[in-house]
Design a protein around this ligand. Sequence first.
Ligand code: ATP
Ligand code: MG
Length: 264
Amino acid sequence: MSGARPPTGARVFCVANQKGGVGKTTTTVNLAAGLAKVGQRVLMIDLDPQGNATMGSGIDKRKLELTVYDVLLESASIAEAKVRSEKCGYDVLGANRELAGAEVELVDVDRRDQRLKQAVVAAAPGYDFILIDCPPSLSMLTLNGLCSAHGVIVPMQCEYFALEGLTDLVNTIKQVHANMNKDLQIIGLLRVMFDPRITLQQQVSDQLKSHFGDKVFNTVIPRNVRLAEAPSYGLPGVVFDPAARGSIAYVDFAQEMVERIRKM
Ligand code: ATP
Ligand code: MG
């Protein structure tokens, strides 16, 4: 583990996997809601132009005056651009399609991969956790996320190609760790959309554990339709239907995260 850290200020985590549709956004908003539920002060940063984490937190991305785009271009601070999701109990730095242009606009700027980090450092004293929902790519946006974070949470489905897909992500994280952000580590792999009745999923899950050991979170998120329905109500499952199996699992995961950072 690298460097002493100040006793106050948020722990910052990216939820990343360059593969699309693996449950990054579902994990980000439900972990945010779960952490809020157990009394943590949370900021959720949407770093995906799709804006799904914004909408899924009950914030209309089309109506936002300031977003993470303005923060990346240094025309606003996080304190200015964040909005409160009262229903969800956490703050949101939202995103919308405008963010897709940031990649190009940042091309000629100095330290373009550090733009988010500067803003996050300034906002950190106000929170216990800052969670960043990354887009399904290893782009400049994801790089900004990785440069800002203490750790990466990798949601993954226990499918045949799951391990193979991890190689690129693990290599990118190693490079960022070596060259740009000494703090960065993989906090853990989170098994999501899990169906224990499927033998293959059980096998891949066992493989993951033997490969990555305690980097695999104890909590397993089941496949649960309530988690998939919740975004259409603009809510994380944890808020939409707290009694659903998937929601209970995400609150368990929030508690596991609180435990993990105590040991970090
Ligand atoms: P993208 O790469 O496009 O950003 P993502 O990795 O953020 O996607 P999500 O949007 O979270 O993935 O999830 C993909 C789909 O799977 C969504 O329709 C979501 O509602 C559904 N889903 C996610 N987790 C679960 C789960 N545990 N049970 C059932 N459905 C789920
Ligand atoms: Mg997403």
